[in-house]
Design a protein around this ligand. Structure first.
Ligand SMILES: C[S@@+](CC[C@H](N)C(=O)[O-])C[C@H]1O[C@@H](n2cnc3c(N)ncnc32)[C@H](O)[C@@H]1O
Length: 273
């Protein structure tokens, strides 16, 4: 198959930006070329031109396009210092303040679920059964969400989970499932997975949140998109709630002004007005 042309790359990259806010710069052209070629072959189409026509006539193909072009690398206990900060600073504060015994967190851009399940494990360890704890976990990519929902991980994926937590929260596969670890239902019921686009105005959030983890997602957005999303996050957090960003992401000083306080490495607290 011929390589993707400049014209078609720009068309796909504009479409992705408009729909999900992900910025695909020129240096991603080889990645787009290789991933889309596979999709084109799978569909039995001839070339990129054919694919654009197909996309035009089949709106549901957009879902596959997002699945193909998003990057979903993740693991359990990723950037562990954030989880230490959560357990040592955020959760004790929540425990002191909450009369209603309700805790709500959001893993935004949750990929295959490792971040959301890590959070659920920590909430479950910290709060006793009488607390109502829930993690909402959202992503745009339906393939990773299906994997998250299944909650079955290979040994290499759970290597960062401490052994006592692994045996407590995962079922160890035997026989033909040897080497696989399945999230136990007591953990699964603490996490709700939903498809949701961060680039849209409405998020599926009902109650105010104690914390949001949106890590290693902002790197794919430009400043304008990041700022729009930050304003929505601000609205959904309770006063003094926390926002965790990835290690290479931040809120610039201008945006922080009066709204966010930097309290730890790429962790921000919503200011009480
Ligand atoms: C690199 S993963 C980060 C996973 C996890 N937060 C972590 O830090 O390990 C980025 C995720 O963001 C998702 N994503 C990208 N654009 C999105 C959008 N507009 N709305 C929702 N999720 C999006 C991707 O599908 C991908 O699963």
């Amino acid at each position: 198959m011929q390589e993707i042309s400049e014209k078609i790359f720009n068309h796909i990259s504009d479409l992705i930006y408009q729909e999900i806010g992900v910025h695909l710069p020129q240096k991603k052209k080889a990645m787009v070329n290789s991933r889309l070629s596979k999709r084109i072959r799978k569909l039995g189409l001839q070339d990129f031109e054919d694919y654009c026509q197909y996309l035009e006539n089949n709106k549901q193909e957009l879902l596959h396009l997002f699945n193909t072009l998003t990057t979903n690398v993740t693991h359990f206990f990723r950037e562990k210092h954030h989880f230490d900060f959560l357990c040592n600073n955020v959760l004790p504060q929540v425990k002191d303040e909450k009369a209603g015994k309700k805790v709500r967190g959001w893993s935004a851009g949750c990929s295959s679920g490792e971040e959301a399940y890590t959070l659920a494990i920590l909430l479950s360890e910290f709060f006793n059964q009488s607390w109502d704890t829930k993690i909402l976990a959202t992503d745009i990519n339906t393939e990773v969400l299906n994997a998250a929902q299944k909650g079955i991980y290979h040994q290499r994926q759970v290597k960062k989970v401490p052994y006592e937590l692994l045996t407590k929260y995962f079922q160890l596969g035997t026989g033909e499932n040897k080497g696989l670890f399945k999230v136990k239902s007591k953990l699964k019921k603490l996490v709700q997975f939903r498809r949701s686009n961060l680039n849209q105005n409405q998020y599926p959030i009902k109650s105010k949140l104690d914390f949001i983890f949106c890590r290693n997602v902002f790197i794919y957005f430009n400043d304008k998109t990041q700022n729009k999303i930050l304003n929505r996050f601000h609205k959904h957090l309770k006063p003094e709630g926390y926002l965790f960003l990835g290690h290479s992401e931040s809120i610039n000083t201008e945006e922080r002004e009066g709204k966010w306080e930097s309290v730890y490495k790429t962790v921000y607290q919503k200011r009480r007005r």
